[in-house]
Ligand binder design. Structure first.
Ligand code: UDP
Length: 434
C-alpha cells in the first residue's frame, strides 16, 4: 500500500483561490487550486494554500472549505504590484511559508505542490528545508507563450525563463495538462520524461450541465430566437476576443438579415498587459460596425456563467495559445459546441468535428466559416460536446495527483538519506537539530 500524504502545502503565490476568476491574474489556475484542494480534503488530505496578501482586508487565515486553509502571506505592498514585480518578493514570501511550518512538529507537510513558476521558486526552497517532494504545475510556459505572442502582448521576461528552467530541474514531479505540454517541458526545458506526468484538469459536471436553453436566455437577457456567440475569459491580447468580433462582422457582411438576431456576448474583465484591451475592443466594434450586436459583460460567478454557456449557440475560444482552456470544457459540459483555435491544450479540450471545430491559422473568415458550420449542425455537435466533457473530471485529476504525491514521497524515502538536508547541514556545522 503506498503511503499517502496527510497534509499538502499548496503554493499559489500570485493569485488567490478566493478570487473571482475571469479578471486580473485570476483564471483557470485559481479554479484548478479550488477544485483539487476541496477534493483532496474530502479524501482526508488537509491542504494549506499559501498566497500573497493583496488587500489589508484579507484575514491572515481563511478556512475555504473543511480541511482547506488559505493563508494570506505578507510579501510586499498589498496593491499596485504587477506579476512581473513579484520575483523581488519571493524571499519575503518564502520566509513566511517556512515560519508557518516551523510552528509545527517536523513532518507537518508531506508534499509541496507549486502552481506557476513563482511558486515553484518558493517550493524549491521549502522542499529542501522540509525534506519532502516538490510537485510542480507550470500552467503556462514562457518559451511557449513567447513563440506565439499576440500583437500588443509583451514577451515574457528572461528572468521568468531562467526561473522556470530552475524549477523544472528541481521538481520531483512535473504535472502537465496535456501530452503536448509534457512534450514542451521535455523539448524546451529539458525536463526528465520519467518525472513528467500528464494529468488532465477536470470540469464540475454538477455545476456546468445542460439546462433549459430558453430559461437560460431569459436570465441572461437574450431573445429566444437570437443567434448567440459567446466569448468567456480574461480580456487580453492572448485570448483574442477581437477575432470573434471580426468573425461576427464577416457573418453580417455575408448575411445582413442576421443583424436582427445576432448577439455577441463577451464575458470577462481585463488582465495584465490587456488593461487597454476593453477600450481597444470597443473601438474595434465601432470600426467594424458591430456595436449593436456586441455586449460586454463583467466576470460572472459559476452559476451565472453556466447560464451564459447554456444560452449560447456557440462558444468561441480564439486564443493565440492555451495550456488547456477550461472555458472550452465548461461550455461543452453545458451542451454548447465550441469553435476554438487549433493550439495547445485546446486540441485536447475540443474533439474536432465531434464536440466543435478547431480552426488553424488566424483568419477571421476561417472562424466565421467554422461558426456557420457549427450552427448548421448544432444539435449533433451539442451531443458530442456533452459526451466529450463528461470524459474529464476533477475527481480523476485529484486521484492522479494523489498517486503522483505518493510516488514522489516513496521515491524520496528510497533514494535520499533519512536525515533531511537542513539537519545534515546543522550537524555538519555542529548545530543542535531543531
Ligand atoms: N471564469 C469565471 N467567470 C468569468 C470568466 C471566467 O469563473 O466570468 C472562469 C472559468 O469558469 C474558467 C476560468 O475562469 O474556469 C478560465 O480558465 P481558462 O483555462 O479558460 O483560462 P485561463 O484564465 O486559465 O487562461
Amino acid at each position: 500500500m503506498p503511503v499517502l500524504p496527510r497534509r499538502v502545502a499548496t503554493l499559489s503565490v500570485h493569485t488567490s483561490p478566493l478570487e473571482q476568476p475571469g479578471a486580473g491574474d485570476a483564471g483557470g489556475m485559481n479554479v484548478y487550486v479550488v477544485e483539487v484542494s476541496r477534493r483532496l480534503a474530502a479524501r482526508g488530505i488537509a491542504v494549506d494554500v499559501f498566497t500573497r496578501a493583496t488587500s489589508s482586508e484579507q484575514p491572515p487565515v481563511v478556512e475555504m472549505a473543511p480541511g482547506v486553509t488559505v493563508r494570506h502571506v505578507s510579501a510586499g505592498p498589498f496593491e499596485g504590484l504587477g506579476k512581473n514585480e513579484l520575483p523581488a518578493q519571493m524571499c519575503a514570501f518564502t520566509a513566511a511559508v517556512l515560519r508557518e511550518e516551523a510552528q509545527h512538529d517536523p513532518g507537518h507537510f508531506d508534499v509541496v505542490h507549486s502552481h506557476y513558476w513563482l511558486s515553484g521558486q518558493v517550493g524549491w526552497l521549502a522542499r529542501d528545508r522540509w525534506g519532502v517532494p516538490l510537485v510542480h504545475s507550470a500552467h503556462t510556459l514562457a518559451k511557449v507563450k513567447n513563440a506565439a505572442l499576440a500583437e500588443g502582448d509583451d514577451p515574457e521576461p528572461r528572468a521568468r525563463v531562467i526561473g522556470e528552467e530552475q524549477v523544472v530541474a528541481e521538481a520531483d514531479r512535473l504535472v502537465a495538462n496535456t501530452a503536448e505540454e509534457a512534450r514542451q517541458l521535455v523539448d524546451f526545458y529539458d525536463a526528465d520524461p520519467r518525472r513528467t506526468l500528464v494529468i488532465p484538469p477536470g470540469v464540475d459536471l454538477q455545476r456546468f450541465r445542460p439546462g433549459d436553453r430558453q430559461r437560460a436566455r431569459q436570465r441572461v437577457g437574450v431573445p429566444a430566437d437570437a443567434v448567440v456567440l459567446l466569448f468567456v475569459g480574461r480580456i487580453q491580447p492572448l485570448k483574442a476576443p477581437d477575432m470573434l468580433l471580426q468573425a461576427a462582422a464577416r457573418m453580417l457582411a455575408d448575411d445582413p438579415s442576421l443583424r436582427a438576431r445576432l448577439q455577441v456576448l463577451v464575458v470577462g474583465a481585463p488582465s495584465g498587459s490587456g488593461l487597454a484591451e476593453p477600450q481597444r475592443l470597443q473601438e474595434l466594434a465601432v470600426s467594424l460596425g458591430v456595436t449593436d450586436v456586441v455586449r460586454f459583460i463583467p466576470p460572472q460567478a459559476p452559476e451565472q456563467l453556466a447560464d451564459h454557456y447554456r444560452a449560447a449557440d456557440v462558444a468561441v475560444v480564439p486564443s493565440h495559445n492555451e495550456s488547456f482552456g477550461l472555458v472550452a470544457l465548461e461550455a461543452q459540459a453545458c451542451g454548447t459546441p465550441v469553435v476554438a483555435a487549433a493550439v495547445g491544450g485546446l486540441c485536447t479540450a475540443v474533439d474536432d468535428g465531434v464536440s466543435g471545430l478547431l480552426v488553424a491559422g488566424r483568419d477571421p473568415e476561417g472562424y466565421a466559416s467554422a461558426i456557420r458550420r457549427v450552427l448548421a449542425r448544432r444539435e449533433l455537435l451539442a451531443a458530442g460536446a456533452r459526451r466529450h466533457a463528461a470524459a474529464f473530471s476533477w475527481d480523476r485529476t485529484t486521484d492522479s495527483l494523489v498517486g503522483a504525491y505518493a510516488a514522489a514521497m516513496a521515491e524520496l524515502r528510497d533514494t535520499r538519506p533519512a536525515i533531511r538536508p537542513a539537519e545534515r547541514f546543522r550537524s555538519a556545522v555542529g548545530l543542535r537539530a531543531r
